[in-house]
Ligand binder design. Structure first.
Ligand code: NI
Length: 176
């Protein structure tokens, strides 16, 4: 597929209610889904970001794309259809997280250091992987999006409300 056929989709930002919806499972991996995957990758790399979930572009389906590699590294994204966390370690890991739906805000979030995940790949093949480090954080962050959960939900209520208020005000100002 040529680059011209792939589209950058607009990314929803908070407080868009679509970001809070539980996404539906995907029934089949077909050409249409692969086109959506390509658009998500184009959108993620353009942003730039290291992960993107379908609900962030307004598609309420269980699909995520990830690539935490630095710019210089070759692009080897991981695509997960209907990902599910099977196991989480007791051991935790802190990582500074950000989100394309909450631009210019980061916070240190503690999550399980290891996760075991099942998913279907781009070819429709079911797989299982154990993820550690940045991958463990990333997959949990993206799967949260499929359940309407954002990383600011792990902050204190006070801090989260402050963030949401700031973006709500900003959007209102932009709309004027
Ligand atoms: Ni995010």
């Amino acid at each position: 597929m040529s680059a011209a056929q792939m589209a950058i989709r607009p990314i929803l930002t908070i407080p868009d209610p679509l970001l809070r919806k539980k996404a539906k499972s995907i029934e089949r991996v077909d050409a249409e889904l692969r086109r959506l995957i390509d658009d998500m990758l184009t959108t993620m790399y353009d942003a730039p970001g290291i992960g993107l979930a379908a609900p962030q572009i307004g598609i309420s389906r269980r699909l995520i794309v990830m690539d935490p590699a630095k710019d210089e590294a070759p692009r080897t994204p991981v695509i997960m259809v209907n990902p599910e966390i099977l196991e989480r370690s007791d051991e935790l890991r802190v990582h500074e997280e950000g989100c394309l739906s909450i631009p210019d805000f980061t916070a240190e979030i503690e999550r399980p250091a290891k996760t075991r995940v099942s998913y279907i790949d781009r070819e429709g093949k079911p797989l299982e992987v154990e993820l550690t480090g940045i991958w463990s954080t990333l997959v949990q962050h993206e799967i949260d999006h499929l359940n309407g959960v954002l990383f600011i939900d792990y902050l204190s209520r006070l801090k989260r409300d402050m963030v949401v208020r700031k973006y709500t005000k900003q959007k209102r100002a932009e709309a004027l």
